[in-house]
Design a protein around this ligand. Structure first.
Ligand SMILES: [Fe+2]
Length: 376
């Protein structure tokens, strides 16, 4: 596998996240800098109402998917700010570097699924390099950092995405329940890909349509662990309306021309009723499952959270609330530490029009299990 070099002012390579019909390119910097990208002859700035941002450690550039898919490369341009005084601010010379980009175009899509890295970085990257440079899409399915109590924790998201994709293919991202904890949880949308600040949205890459759902926390809002700081029941009700809105727009969403695969991605396996006090929202989650089953008809549910790697068939022991299709739970950091390292397991998934071939592997290069799920 080839190494991609990047300017040492960056913490890691960029990551290209798919949100709606745009890509959001995230680039973490070690020093204040103003940043933009040149794609297909046009400039796309990281700006705030015309102000090039530098008072931030991660930069985000919004680009229409169609533009980057056509150009298949992007040039990141930046100037390190030396003194951003109100008048005559000073910065270093402009620097630039160019990266190749592979949009999802193939019939069989190579997807790597991981969740629950909980601040591990090297191990999830080692497992996630299963496809080497032939990966088409990375799914980061929640709890990548351990909590949102420190903005530096968000670097795990960018480092894992960059380590696996090298900034050369798309990533999709969902929020996990640990992401909702800590003083910076309320700024989550500044540091991670969201749609107008919302952590649930749809996306389409190539022939794959997907919906990101977000259960928020895993216990009742009144649980003392949260100290009266959350309102996730209200949030989930808004999300029910979002699912209904997506269904009302089916022709431009999952029924759009060219869509061959439909997946729903959510950190918490909401069709499984966990033990108390985690047995929340059964009626509401049953409604989500029923809306999916009746209208959207996904081929796969992609989950994390339970720290395991398994396939959950419809009607199986984990199907408590009416799965609309088979589920894959992927993302498991080992409890045991061996030679100072933990082992991380995730899932490599080859998605075809009529089936998914799944390989659960780990960061030691071992294959744990293989499954095939046929779509009806
Ligand atoms: Fe979780």
């Amino acid at each position: 596998m080839g190494t991609v070099f990047y300017p040492d002012i960056m913490d890691c390579l960029p990551s290209v996240f798919a949100v709606g019909n745009e890509y959001q390119i995230f680039i973490p910097f070690k020093k204040p800098a103003v940043v933009w990208a040149e794609i297909g002859g046009n400039a796309y700035y990281d700006d705030s109402n015309g102000i090039l941002r530098s008072n931030c450690h991660v930069h985000r550039i919004h680009v229409p998917m169609s533009v980057l898919d056509k150009a298949m490369q992007y040039t990141v341009i930046f100037r390190v700010m030396t003194d951003r005084k109100p008048y005559f601010p000073e910065s270093e010379d402009e620097r630039r570097f160019t990266l190749a980009f592979r949009p999802v175009r193939k019939e069989a899509i190579n997807i790597y699924l991981l969740s629950d890295a909980h601040n591990l970085e090297k191990e999830p990257v080692a497992a996630g390099r299963y496809f080497d440079d032939n990966i088409d899409l990375l799914v980061l399915n929640g709890d990548i950092p351990n909590h949102s109590g420190d903005v530096q924790n968000f670097n795990s998201v960018y480092r894992i995405a960059a380590g696996i994709t090298k900034g050369e293919c798309p990533v999709v991202f969902s929020r996990g329940n640990h992401d909702t904890r800590g003083i910076h949880a309320e700024e989550f949308g500044m540091y991670t890909p969201t749609q107008n600040g919302r952590t649930y949205y749809t996306f389409k890459v190539g022939s794959l349509w997907g919906m990101i759902l977000d259960c928020g926390e895993d216990k009742p809002d009144t649980h003392p662990e949260y100290g009266n700081t959350i309102c996730f029941h209200h949030f989930r009700l808004q999300e029910t309306q979002f699912i209904k809105d997506v269904i009302a727009n089916a022709d431009s969403e999952y029924n759009a021309v060219g869509v061959k695969n439909r997946v729903v991605i959510c950190h918490i396996p909401f069709t499984y009723v966990h033990k108390p006090p985690f047995d929340i929202e059964q009626e509401l989650y049953a409604e989500w499952a029923s809306l999916l089953k009746e209208h959207i008809k996904p081929q796969l549910l992609l989950f994390g959270h339970n720290h395991c790697c398994r396939v959950c068939p419809v009607g199986g022991e984990m199907d408590h609330l009416g799965q609309p299709c088979a589920a894959v739970i992927a993302g498991c950091p080992s409890k045991a530490v061996k030679w100072g390292r933990r082992t991380y397991s995730g899932a490599a998934l080859v998605l075809r029009e009529n089936c998914a071939e799944i390989v659960f592997n780990n960061s030691n290069g071992e294959i744990i299990a293989k499954h095939t799920i046929n779509f009806n």
